[in-house]
Design a protein around this ligand. Structure first.
Ligand code: SF4
Length: 272
């Protein structure tokens, strides 16, 4: 995507009421000069900005500080530093440390997104963050895209609502999805695909997201409640991770058809 086009989209998003943007996957720092321009534009438009990065650019404390000070000058609000035993196969964990420390010096908000499958293989990775007093949050690995092939243990979660905020996600080819991350991997039904900015305006795509009763049920009732309505046994529901349960419900054409009809009435009345 060209810089001018990205700028136009951001202006259109601001006009549509978007108050924050996260620049994310692949690696936004590859286009660092463009990124600075976009952050500056968002800042002028009073939009909150976050960049998600793997810190490959923070090879030394000096390089890290140079980048972070530029971002601060252009108005960045927050850096989110991806970190995991998979990320760190390609990027030294010292880079993450350099980036986080540079944020502290520059006065930019940051946190380390510690992607984990909660196995004891991750203990030393977590300890590294604790030893260096870094702000971090564990993020469950989402088994979609490249992570689809990762081995995984069976789980038993709590019986929780699993409501989902569903932040829209715009890809470089201008396709917009109603939810971030896993939503672009529903290959059978493309349930979360809203359309393309090549054919429709941002307002039209947002309206599709906000007027879809089933999306609203995900936001308000939660995926667990929808699964219960759909007939999933409680003891099965607790064996799914959130996005996997979502896929069970919405990447099957038959189930999706049934739920779309129910979302117009019956599902809205479903309480426990
Ligand atoms: S739970 Fe469903 S809606 Fe939420 S992020 Fe996962 S796939 Fe998207």
């Amino acid at each position: 995507m060209e810089l001018a086009q990205a700028q136009e989209i951001i202006i259109e998003m601001a006009a549509a009421g978007v108050s924050g943007i996260s620049f994310t996957a692949g690696e936004p720092f590859i286009y660092f000069q463009d990124l600075l321009e976009l952050v500056a534009l968002c800042s002028r438009l009073k939009m909150y900005t976050r960049i998600v990065t793997n810190s490959y650019w923070a090879k030394s404390p000096e390089q890290a500080l140079e980048h972070v000070l530029s971002l601060k000058q252009f108005g960045l609000c927050q850096l989110r530093l991806s970190y995991s035993r998979w990320h760190q196969q390609h990027v030294s964990r010292e880079n993450v440390l350099n980036a986080a420390r540079a944020c502290k010096v520059a006065g930019i908000s940051y946190f380390v997104s510690f992607v984990t499958d909660f196995s004891n293989e991750d203990d030393s990775y977590e300890q590294f963050l604790r030893d260096n007093i870094l702000m971090f949050f564990p993020e469950p690995v989402i088994y979609a895209g490249r992570a689809e092939s990762f081995g995984r243990d069976a789980i038993f979660t709590d019986y929780q609502d699993n409501r989902c905020a569903m932040n829209p996600y715009l890809t470089p080819d201008l396709t917009m999805y109603a939810c971030c991350d896993a939503g672009s991997h529903f290959k059978t039904t493309d349930f979360f695909k809203l359309g393309s900015l090549k054919n429709e305006s941002i307002k039209q795509l947002f309206e599709k997201s906000e007027s879809c009763q089933l999306f609203n049920a995900i936001r308000s009732l939660g995926i667990t409640t929808i699964a219960s309505f759909a007939g999933f046994k409680a003891r099965d529901i607790v064996t799914y991770r959130k996005c996997e349960l979502c896929r069970q419900l919405f990447d099957s054409p038959e189930m999706l058809k049934k739920l779309k009809i129910a979302a117009e009435g019956e599902l809205q009345q479903w309480t426990r």
